[in-house]
Design a protein. Structure first.
Length: 319
């Protein structure tokens, strides 16, 4: 989940002592961190205390070129992941906005409709976003692409779908969010032909625009998720990071002091931390500290829809 914070609430000491939401658990809990540190300690021990073993010299300046290449690839990869992360966020807020516009248009064009009718015209649109988030971050097999039984129960208990609709959705092999959006447009088309008290300008076009915009946001998220940052970039970064840190671990023994151990620890912590942060940003649908709070997004969307469709809102509109 996303960590909300105010930079003014922290100072240098509190930042150092912070654990949750930092790079510490992502790096310190990985074996590679301690393997690299152990390699440096081993090189240092052999160089300083085993005179019978010859350790070829590697001047510190020789690491300059590979370190520069590593910096380039690390910044390049992190920048792409960061851009991807905020593109996903833009699509998520776009989905919420499209649903809000849909509900608002219902209130404007059907001022005499009952709260039950407004809810029925809204629920499929909201359910399409729920289904998408469940498929992206669910706990089912195939990387969460399937909807679990507990997630189906959420849709049923909130009244977003019926048992019959659940069966149809579960059997549908296509893009489930779009099927729900089609159902929403069909329901709206039927209501347009039946409601004799609808607004003078009520028509399908504005709703169709919001449904298609929502479909576009859903498709963009899914398509981007299925097209990750090219693996050769990730492989190159990982290879260069591992080899470069090993070179640094070896070259630092020339300083002949145990104080290189904490220095190397900081170097490894920062480099691996940047890499792990970038990897987490590339897929913000899950349980990482930088991942989106999709449960909050869904809850706010549902609450806004119910409030906008409520009888109290209807009474306030007619005052």
């Amino acid at each position: 989940m996303t960590i909300s914070y105010d930079a003014s609430d922290f100072n240098e000491l509190t930042v150092l002592l912070r654990w949750r939401g930092t790079i510490m658990p992502a790096v310190l809990c990985r074996p590679v961190m301690w393997l690299l540190l152990a390699s440096h300690v081993g090189f240092l021990y052999l160089h300083m205390y085993r005179q019978d073993i010859h350790m070829p010299a590697m001047p510190w300046k020789l690491t300059g070129v590979p370190t520069s290449l590593l910096t380039f690839f690390l910044v390049f990869y992190s920048g792409n992941c960061y851009t991807r992360y905020y593109a996903f966020y833009s699509k998520c807020t776009g989905m919420s906005g499209a649903v809000m516009c849909w509900v608002g248009l219902l209130r404007v064009h059907f001022p005499k409709a009952t709260p039950e009718k407004l809810w029925n015209l809204s629920r499929h649109i909201v359910a399409s976003v729920y289904i998408l988030y469940f498929q992206l971050a669910g706990g089912a097999s195939d990387g969460g692409k399937q909807v679990t039984e507990s997630e189906w129960q959420v849709l049923l208990q909130t009244g977003l779908i019926s048992q019959e609709e659940k069966k149809k959705l579960a059997e549908y092999r296509g893009f489930k969010p779009f099927l729900l959006q089609v159902w929403a447009l069909r329901s709206l088309t039927d209501h347009l032909s039946e409601d004799k008290e609808k607004g003078a300008s009520a028509n399908l076009n504005p709703f169709q625009q919001q449904a298609l915009a929502l479909r576009g946001h859903c498709a963009d998220i899914v398509n981007t998720m299925t097209q990750p940052i090219p693996f050769p970039y990730y492989h190159t970064l990982t290879l260069m990071l591992s080899l470069n840190l090993l070179l640094i671990a070896y070259s630092m023994i020339e300083f002949e002091t145990v104080m290189t151990i904490p220095c190397f620890f900081i170097i490894v912590l920062v480099c691996l931390g940047l890499k792990e942060t970038a990897v987490a940003l590339a897929d913000p649908f899950g349980g990482d500290d930088v991942d989106f709070e999709t449960e909050v997004y869904m809850a706010n969307m549902l609450a806004n829809t119910k409030v906008s469709s409520s009888r109290q809102q209807q009474q306030q509109q007619h005052r």
